[in-house]
Design a protein around this ligand. Structure first.
Ligand code: BGP
Length: 475
């Protein structure tokens, strides 16, 4: 059997994309609330268009999302029915600390997640918790400027101390920052940063990166001290870059692009800045804002495992003259002429998952955890909300096969696999509901209409079988 006996099959969501109830339970406003649906979404997420509050004339999908805040029992029961061994979810930071800089946490927020974790355990589901999945209390942005400010490390430390203490015995698997590399591409979404005109983008973003990296190492330290059983991982928006051709220039371009991604994980996993980054910092006159014991914290508190999202591979080319670009998760790349793409232009490459797994495992020699993978597609439900989603099954089947090969043939150590959006939820990149990933259909459209009724798609029973057979039965 290729997968371990205790292989963690399941699904993954993020607070801001499913919870809704943005102003209930004393929750404070967060960056993720004010990122609208529509063509300005990415401008806001990237911090190019400052939107620090709700504005007239925009629709904000995170406000209600799929209202999991009120439906979680029903939703977790469905995950239980599919046989989930794990459920990845994230904590809304502003539920726990509404402003982010309070001394005392908000009990209602803490209780909400405690109940939710207990609900998971009823079904034998192990929670896998992302401490922050893109969200940052708005007050920390307006008062402190988000992660460009070193004080964020202390606020984050306070948050994680509260979480590790309160949920000791309920949660064992933790991820410090979702897709930490998004910070370079969508700084408002990833780090609560809108660049001011006088600011140097490079300096600000790598300063914020240092703060997040140090905060992540602190979380690892604190988490292990509070409970040595805790397993704490980093999280990368992965997808290896291929050279466009075997021209050495293209091959080298791919090395450089891969470095940009690995940078964060190199620090989180090895405990020090890689030379290629130090050299570039020198050229750019960037001095890492090391404080007293940062080096030691980074060095001594590296992650236990490497988690990542994988939707597609990417392509690098030295000369971008006659090539097409394509979109992809978090950031696009040159289009690969050998691959098909989803309706949103994300290229489909199951073997790329095996390649990415090999790259990461060779590089870090730590267990991997695939915490996002899936196909965003338009579904057409019948009158009962049933969807014949063979395209989704086909996508997942091929990716699971590739991951099986990576484990069985290449010997990669893999802890688990959680598909993205086991229940339809709001898309991070577009704010749409119609970009659906789920095994469970949710009656809700792109503008907030619908009954929120949940119904099973064809893929629901298929995934149930996959889990029950520990990945043997993929038909
Ligand atoms: C990742 C995020 C998720 C998720 C997923 C799918 O970047 O971690 O939050 O949304 O991608 O992307 P999208 O929702 O844009 O289709």
């Amino acid at each position: 059997m290729p997968f371990r006996k205790d292989f963690l099959w399941g699904g993954a969501t993020a607070a801001n994309q499913c919870e809704g109830a943005y102003n209930e339970g004393n929750r404070g406003l967060a960056n993720v609330d004010v990122i609208p649906h529509g063509k300005e979404r990415w401008q806001v997420a990237a911090g190019n268009r400052k939107m620090f509050d709700f504005e007239e004339g925009y629709y904000y999908p995170a406000k209600q999302a799929i209202d999991m805040y009120h439906h979680y029992k029903e939703d977790i029961a469905l995950f239980g029915e599919m046989g989930f061994k794990t459920y990845r979810l994230s904590i809304g930071w502003s539920r726990i600390f509404p402003n982010g800089d309070e001394e005392e946490p908000n009990e209602e927020g803490l209780k909400f997640y405690e109940d939710l974790f207990k609900e998971c355990h009823k079904y034998g589901i192990e929670p896998l918790v992302t401490i922050t999945h893109f969200d940052c209390p708005m007050h920390l942005i307006t008062e402190y400027g988000g992660w460009r400010n070193r004080k964020m490390i202390d606020f984050y430390k306070r948050l994680v101390t509260v979480l590790f203490t309160r949920y000791k015995g309920l949660v064992k698997y933790w991820l410090t920052f979702n897709e930490i590399n998004i910070l370079l591409h969508g700084p408002f979404m990833g780090a609560g940063i809108c660049l001011e005109e006088h600011e140097d983008r490079y300096q600000v973003l790598y300063t914020a990166a240092h703060h997040e990296l140090v905060a992540s190492a602190w979380a690892t330290k604190i988490g292990h001290e509070i409970d040595p059983n805790n397993m704490i991982g980093c999280m990368l928006a992965a997808g290896s870059y291929y050279p466009y051709s075997c021209r050495p220039e293209d091959v080298f371009e791919a090395i450089k692009d891969n470095h940009m991604n690995y940078f964060f994980i190199d620090v989180q996993s090895r405990g020090y800045y890689p030379n290629y980054a130090l050299k570039e910092f020198e050229r750019k006159n960037f001095e890492i804002p090391f404080s007293e014991n940062d080096r030691e914290i980074l060095k001594e508190h590296t992650v236990d495992f490497i988690s990542f999202s994988y939707y597609a591979s990417r392509v690098s080319k030295a000369k971008l003259d006659d090539v097409e670009e394509t979109s992809g998760n978090v950031f696009g790349s040159v289009k690969n002429p050998y691959l098909q793409a989803s309706e949103w232009g994300w290229q489909i490459d199951p073997l790329g998952l095996r390649i990415t797994m090999n790259d990461l495992y060779d590089r870090y020699q730590k267990p991997l955890f695939i915490v996002e993978n899936g196909l965003g597609a338009k579904d057409e439900p019948d009158e009962n909300g049933y969807v014949e989603d063979d395209y989704r099954i086909a996508y997942l089947r091929e990716h699971i096969k590739a991951m099986k090969d990576a484990v069985e043939i290449d010997g990669v150590d893999l802890l688990g696999y959680t598909t993205w959006g086991p229940i339809d939820l709001v898309s991070a990149s577009t704010g749409e509901m119609s970009k659906r990933y789920g095994f469970i259909y949710v009656d809700r459209d792109d503008f907030g209409n619908g009954t929120l009724k949940r119904s099973k798609k064809k893929s629901f029973n298929w995934y149930k079988k996959v889990i029950a057979s520990n990945g043997e039965d993929l038909d």
